[in-house]
Design a protein around this ligand. Structure first.
Ligand SMILES: [Zn+2]
Length: 250
């Protein structure tokens, strides 16, 4: 039931065709919002993924040179489950991504290549809510993605991109931040949830290193629990939430 004392989230905009998701690590989108991505690709929309690192520092028992190709493979498999076939890697170093012009330029270049109307990223805020501290990679990539949505449309900030043949793209209308502690919008997760579970399960090596629990039980409990909790603010429907930053002022 909808509690009248709880502010309800708005439905995400639907009048767009292309989205680009930019996150720091393999698994960020699968923990964050892949049920929404599944329902978007079902509706015939195009979604591409850009990973700033290969997540090579993510598994304690695997050295980075062995971990990187494994996590890349898991990311491509998990994207395919939700209808995403374009997965690119920017090859910044996992764990020490630096916020700054180099990161903004690399993300702006990706936005110019893909020309999305909607850009998706992961929580750029200091915490996940309360005192659950976020990681520096997520903060850096989230902030740089919010900035790069504007940088991509400016001919003069990174003139080297135009010289490489990447013309400015000022068509980003929104940046949607998944996993934010201050969400404003949501997508019904009902139809996409099973694929979201299977998509996260593709990160099997990572999950098996993370927990001793049965991977499927762990993944189901995590994703369904979050969606149910979010649903309290979305008319009781299981939901994936976003903090939406519109770019158009007109
Ligand atoms: Zn991450």
């Amino acid at each position: 039931m909808t509690d009248p004392l709880i502010t309800q989230l708005s439905p995400m905009p639907e009048d767009w065709q292309r989205a680009l998701a930019v996150v720091a690590h393999p698994d960020d989108l699968e923990y964050g919002c892949s049920a929404a991505i599944a329902s978007w690709t079902d509706a015939g929309r195009e979604v591409a993924y850009v990973l700033v690192t290969r997540g090579e520092a993510g598994i304690d028992t695997l050295p980075p040179e062995e971990c990187a190709p494994l996590r890349e493979q898991e990311q491509r498999a998990s994207a395919a489950v939700v209808g995403v076939s374009t997965v690119e890697f920017l090859d910044h170093r996992d764990g020490v991504i630096e916020y700054g012009p180099a990161l903004r330029r690399d993300i702006a270049a990706a936005i110019r290549r893909h020309r999305p109307e909607l850009v998706i990223t992961l929580n750029h805020r200091d915490t996940w809510g309360g005192t659950h501290w976020n990681t520096p990679d997520h903060v850096a990539v989230g902030r740089a993605t919010l900035d790069a949505a504007a940088d991509a449309g400016n001919r003069w900030i990174f003139p080297e991109l135009t010289e490489q043949g990447l013309e400015p793209w000022d068509g980003v209308r929104w940046v949607a931040v998944a996993g934010s502690s201050s969400p404003t919008h949501a997508v019904d997760a009902t139809d996409g949830m099973e694929r979201a579970v299977r998509s996260l399960l593709e990160h099997r090596a990572y999950i098996e290193a993370l927990t001793d629990r049965d991977p499927e039980e762990y993944v189901r409990e995590f994703l369904i629990g979050f969606a149910r909790e979010a649903g309290k603010r979305f008319g009781g429907r299981p939901a994936v939430t976003f903090e939406l930053f519109p770019r158009a002022w007109a």
